[in-house]
Design a protein around this ligand. Sequence first.
Ligand SMILES: [Fe+2]
Ligand SMILES: [Fe+2]
Length: 225
Amino acid sequence: MAISELDGRTIPHETRLPAIMDALAGLAPGESLVLVAPHHPAKLLQILLREFPGRFEFGPLECGPAAWRWQFTARDPSLPRSVTGYLVWDHRRMEDLLDETSAAANAGRWEDAQRCASRYATALRRHADVEDEVLFPAYENACGGFGDGPTAHMRAEHIQVRAGIDSLVRAVDARDDAGVRAADELLRRVAIEHHAKEEEILFPSIDETFPQPELDALVQRLLLA
Ligand SMILES: [Fe+2]
Ligand SMILES: [Fe+2]
């Protein structure tokens, strides 16, 4: 289902921030909005975390140079934050983007396929970077290091996932039906199985490792990375 978009570039600068905050504050838990901004929305994200703690999941779909697209979904702020909660949200939205990319390519809607593939690539590359650079080091430090343990295995799978994204983007750009099907099959096998392992084993274990205040701080670092 298409998520409604608010193009902040069309709102006068003086009223832009309050208008965006009003639109986001009006979302009920489970509802989503995509914001289009003329620059990285770092300031807005900091304000949202301060003014509405625990109220939103968010992540990028496009990072410039002409537009920055960020996806927001409202959540119930009375529920405790967790790594599982945030990153499962991110996995589901990426899986939706892969579905949309392949459906558009199969229907010969190549411009739509390019747009969806680009957003999928932005979201999934950033997701793998956040896990590699923020989440796994925090978990490894808390556990005294892992050597070749579960995070090393996940890092190795991220290399395959990134290669799959590159193949998908290349195939869509070349309007190569067979290439899109092959990349789709690879990503479903590698990325989706990888997500399942994280969701069922690794993330719950990370959530159990940290007391709630530290978990809140860790999720905040993931959101802003
Ligand atoms: Fe991962
Ligand atoms: Fe993940």
